[in-house]
Ligand binder design. Structure first.
Ligand code: AGP
Length: 671
């Protein structure tokens, strides 16, 4: 095992996978042994310094990170004689491998290097935006996972000093800044004069990272330093693999556990220098930091799932960072800014009606968007199943904003709805999780969710990310129309920003849902009830149970019970009830309470999702699943969590494949 460079002494501090602004929470109790999964954006990174040819180690590591999805890939290798070889290619990893096979293998000889698979955030999935990025001289290379929120002013600063950037990415700015600081040409602070970090790659990286805002794992190599790699981490995954005469860096342990199971997880705002003999970790000011080596006990398959049995279970746990990454950078100078918006404030101000089109889970997030948009903007907002939309001859014109929600961006029903809307001259805004997919490409504007690839067929983190994203659209409309003052918009955004912590707290409380799943697994059917924003949550809970456990599940607006569905209630029938806050919507709370009494009187077994501390409901719930108290419009973000876990665990109890339910596909590209 590589020893730490220098003598930091035996002091060992437990390093947890802390994510910016969240209390360190350790849900080890709910997870197989091993370190808490580092949550964050989903590009794949591999770095290597050792005694073997770096290229083959890196490519093998990138293959292991295939589940993280990618729309481009690239490698950088130091040949040990002052030369840096970089190759990158859009598309699957095999495109890069085919390109490398056509090159002279000698140019990629060397035992230090790094690789990257990109899940695009800023800049489309093209060759020019693929990582690694280099400085103008081609002496320094960088790969990045994350979002640098203040990259626009940094780009402007570089361009003002005559540096022409070759890509649309935020990452390239970091390459130029570190190269300037390292070469001595200019300090990382951007001020004039000589750089105090000239010749010191780690110091140059620290100085630049002190200026960066946002989430990042940044990994740098420099042709002058053939036997070392420097990396920095904030709110994005980075682990070290400690081999015998070789050291690895990676987004997660899957990339290197075939070579070593001795690892170290880096903490927040830490910078590591790795050589073949080991590593040295400091904080951003250069002070040494003690870190905790650990032994990876997972096998490769489990490592790819963060120690879980299924990707879906891991993705449920990734919701705090998926929501945080979706919100990140969208409030600048107290104004909501959307992604590649291409819709001006004037365009938004002219909107006189909103139409949401989507399918399945995305449709349920659209139903929730309706509550927020109508409440904040006073615009009428219709929500239509995409497969019905164009056949009902909807009333659309240039002042209609059609919001197309799709995590894959390839759902044919939704794509055809977009095309119909465009033919009717409506403006189309896509809310999508896949950069460069067909639906955003055919839309007038796009707001990307940053949930990272969702491998499980059942949507979870993309659902809660869609809620956050569509609420951003609602705030942008309210801001443009002046139905909310800037301070009100900022206040609503600030409440949204507390949701990752609230969802993390909801995740800490899913033990009761796990327990209940075993009891419900033998049920024939389950009903779901909700009112107001609880009704779309009930619909989503029913869909999860249908698609995962193949169990009949049906959701109703609770007020509809007396209009027919109450006839379904019979002895022992489980009914899930999504309760509003007793404080936020007291009238609805009282009505749902009487609904519960009606169904209990007829033999129903109630499973109540309720706000922590809601003592009124306790006597009426056969099973109580508590979630954190949050504002009414934000409740779906926390109440969806126990329903996701309940469905997944019932499916597991029934022996089904949670990631690949029968008859279903992750992206439905047929009508
Ligand atoms: C949800 O769990 C399902 N996988 C399915 O309903 C899905 O939400 C629907 O097919 C829409 O997919 P999209 O978001 O990729 O458009």
């Amino acid at each position: 095992m590589g020893s730490e460079l220098g003598s930091f002494g035996p002091a060992i501090v437990r390093v947890r996978a802390t994510i910016r602004r969240y209390p360190t929470f350790d849900r080890a109790a709910l997870r197989p042994s091993g370190p808490p999964p580092t949550l964050g954006l989903m590009c794949g990174i591999v770095g290597y310094v050792g005694r073997r040819p770096a290229l083959e180690v890196i490519l093998e590591g990138l293959r292991r990170l295939e589940y993280r999805g990618y729309d481009s890939a690239g490698v950088a290798v130091l040949d040990g004689h002052g030369k840096l070889a970089v190759e990158r290619k859009a598309g699957q990893l095999r495109n890069l491998e085919a390109q490398l096979a056509r090159l002279d293998a000698r140019s990629f000889e060397g035992s230090t290097g790094m690789g990257h698979t990109r899940w695009a955030t800023h800049g489309g999935p093209t060759d020019r935006n693929a990582h690694p990025h280099t400085d103008s001289a081609g002496m320094l290379a960088v790969v990045h996972n994350g979002i640098i929120e203040n990259f626009a002013p940094l780009r402007a600063e570089l361009e003002a000093s005559g540096i022409e950037l070759a890509s649309d990415t935020d990452t390239e700015a970091a390459a130029h800044l570190v190269a300037l600081a390292y070469s001595g040409a200019r300090p990382a602070t951007g001020a004039a004069g000589a750089s105090a970090t000239a010749g010191d790659l780690a110091a140059s990286v620290r100085a630049v990272c002190r200026r960066l805002q946002g989430a990042f794992t940044l990994v740098f190599t420099h042709a002058d330093q053939p036997d070392l790699i420097v990396a920095a981490r904030r709110s994005s995954p980075l682990v070290l693999g400690l081999g015998d005469g070789e050291t690895f860096l990676a987004s997660d342990v899957a990339a290197f556990i075939e070579h070593t199971r001795d690892a170290v997880e880096l903490g927040q705002d830490q910078v590591v220098t790795i050589t073949r003999d080991g590593y040295q970790v400091t904080d951003l000011d250069g002070e040494p930091v003690a870190v905790t080596p650990f032994r990876v006990t997972w096998d490769l398959a489990a490592a790819e799932k963060g120690g879980h049995d299924y990707f879906m279970l891991k993705e449920i746990e990734e919701q705090p960072s998926a929501i945080a990454n979706t919100l990140r950078g969208h409030l600048t100078d107290r104004r909501i800014v959307l992604d590649e918006q291409r819709l001006t404030d004037t365009d938004l101000r002219d909107v006189d009606k909103v139409f949401v089109v989507a399918c399945g889970t995305a449709y349920h997030s659209g139903l929730l968007a309706k509550y927020a948009i109508e409440h904040w903007t006073r615009l009428p907002c219709e929500v239509e199943l995409a497969s019905e939309f164009r056949y009902r001859d909807p009333v659309l014109d240039r002042q209609t904003l059609v919001m197309a929600i799709s995590q894959s961006g390839e759902t044919m029903d939704t794509l055809e709805a977009v095309r119909h809307a465009k033919q009717q001259k409506a403006r189309v805004l896509a809310v999508c999780n896949t950069n460069g997919a067909q639906i955003p490409r055919e839309s007038d504007a796009v707001l990307y969710t940053h949930a990272g690839p969702e491998i499980g067929v059942a949507a979870t983190k993309t659902f809660t990310s869609q809620i956050a994203a569509t609420y951003l659209v609602g705030l942008a409309l309210a801001q443009a129309r002046g139905t909310k003052y800037p301070d009100e918009v900022a206040r609503e955004f600030a409440e949204l920003e507390t949701m990752p912590d609230a969802v993390a707290a909801a995740l800490d409380g899913v033990g009761a849902a796990r327990e209940l799943a075993r009891e419900l697994a033998s049920s024939r059917a389950v009903l779901f009830l909700g009112r107001h924003v609880g009704y779309p949550v009930a619909l989503e809970g029913a869909l999860k149970l249908k698609e995962l456990a193949y169990m009949h599940a049906e959701a109703f607006a609770a007020g509809e019970l007396k209009h027919g569905p109450i006839a379904l209630i019979e002895e022992g029938l489980p009914v899930v009830v999504v309760m509003p806050s007793p404080k936020g919507r007291a009238v609805l709370h009282a009505k749902l309470l009487s609904n519960i009494q009606e169904i209990t009187a007829r033999g129903a077994r109630t499973v109540v999702i309720a706000e922590e501390g809601d003592e009124t409901i306790r006597p009426f719930a056969h099973h109580l699943l508590e979630v954190p108290a949050v504002p009414t419009l934000l409740q779906p973000l926390v109440s969806a969590v126990p329903l996701q876990v309940l469905a997944a665990e019932i499916a597991r109890a029934r022996g089904y494949d949670v990631d690949k339910p029968r008859n279903l596909a992750k992206s439905v590209t047929v009508e």
